[in-house]
Ligand binder design. Structure first.
Ligand SMILES: *Cc1c(COP(=O)(O)O)cnc(C)c1O
Length: 377
């Protein structure tokens, strides 16, 4: 029987047809296996894993669960989301290649891409991924990677994944999607034509702000995937077993957490509209709402942004009045966080000064709304 994603997640099953009800020793939860190496048999052959830099069974288990949830062939877990993202470019690109990357997206990856491309002689094209004509103009033969993030930090623009994927494929480029904010609950980029999906598992997949992890999922096990696997093996940015255990623990509640926080985000977005400008893909007023409705399921995610007006000063004053929303960088935990991205990103950022990023957790919607309403009043 083919199992549904909620069941795969709740039971941390490594495949959608898994029939085993229990793990080793009849444990009902996946074990942590701490061994760094495994004994060989009498013929000096390996029976299971060998030296466990990247073969430890606990991270391998987490990889299989996430690959199954994304509908991919295989997954690789990394020590952080940045380790996962940078591995793609480092394994796939050579000097002279072109990289097409999004204007809206995780700020630190943009900074790293600028340094990486300057150092190694790559041609970085940063484009507005919501403008298909601009994307078409930027992708040309010699383009090696097209990277997008959807919905994208910190304005939650949505990229038409099928359309950008078709442009990338026509040019022979690898199409990779940072789906951290969408999670496998809301979007399946591989089904829309992506070659690779990346998650900062530090966020929703882990879900409790207590583990740093990253993951890549591939549509197929091709030469690029082999190069990424080799790079992780050689450089060792692997996920440790304790972290993988925490990730598996978080994955088992992924659907209930994300469905709740995204329903709360949708309610907050609607109710905040009379008070301020709201950026949320689920609002009909959002410029890419139709695309989001077509390529996302079960809601529009747990991330939104508000524009307070009155520049950085007013945005920071609103944060100071909040009692429940914690001023902190990050997202995807069970607790709601507020972030002034302009302060964090510095003067060269395109992020508006009056923008507050809201990462919605699983607290009661009325408490979260009341706190925002009194702070904005
Ligand atoms: C946090 C984040 C990353 C980086 O992940 P780390 O686990 O912090 O290395 C990349 N992309 C997005 C969208 C993120 O939110």
């Amino acid at each position: 029987m083919t199992l549904r994603p909620e069941t795969i997640s709740a039971k941390a099953l490594p495949s959608s047809t898994a029939s085993d009800q229990v793990f080793a020793d009849r444990a009902i939860i996946p074990p942590i296996q701490l061994a760094t190496t495994y004994a060989r048999d009498a013929a000096y052959q390996l029976v299971g894993p060998g030296y466990a830099r990247d073969e430890n069974p606990t991270p391998v288990h987490a990889e299989r669960v996430i690959a199954t949830l994304e509908g991919g062939a295989e997954a690789l877990a990394f020590a952080s989301g940045m380790a996962a993202a940078t591995a793609v470019f480092r394994a796939a690109c050579r000097p002279g290649d072109r990289i097409v990357a999004p204007l809206a997206g995780y700020y630190n990856l943009r900074g790293w891409l600028e340094r990486f491309c300057a150092q190694w002689g790559l041609d970085l094209q940063v484009v507005d991924m919501t403008d298909l004509a601009a994307v078409r103009a930027a992708i040309r033969p010699g383009t090696r990677v097209v990277w997008v993030e959807s919905p994208a930090n910190p304005t939650w623009e949505v990229t038409d994944l099928a359309a950008v994927g078709a442009l990338a494929r026509a040019a022979g480029a690898l199409f990779a999607v940072d789906s951290t904010s969408a999670t496998p609950v809301h979007c399946k980029p591989l089904a829309l034509g992506a070659d690779l999906v990346m998650h900062s598992a530090t966020k929703f997949l882990g879900g409790h702000s207590d583990v740093l992890a990253g993951v890549l999922v591939t549509a197929r096990t091709d030469a690029t995937w082999a190069a990424i696997r080799q790079l992780r093996h050689d450089e060792g940015a692997c996920l440790g077993p304790f972290e993988a255990y925490l990730l598996l623990r978080g994955l088992r509640t992924l659907f209930v957490r994300v469905e709740r926080s995204s329903a709360t985000a949708a309610a907050l977005a609607a109710r905040l509209q009379p008070l301020c400008t709201v950026l949320y893909p689920g609002l009909p007023s959002h410029p890419q709402h139709a695309i989001a409705a077509a390529q996302m399921q079960r809601g529009f995610g747990s991330m939104l942004a508000i524009r307070t007006g009155g520049g950085a000063e007013r945005a920071l004053a609103v944060i100071r009045k909040l009692r429940l929303w914690v001023p902190a960088t990050s997202l995807g935990g069970v607790e709601s966080l507020v972030e002034h991205r302009y302060t964090v990103e510095g003067a060269n950022t395109p992020t508006p000064q009056d923008l507050l990023r809201l990462a919605v957790g699983i607290e009661h919607v009325e408490d979260l709304f009341d706190d925002l309403a009194q702070a904005l009043a």
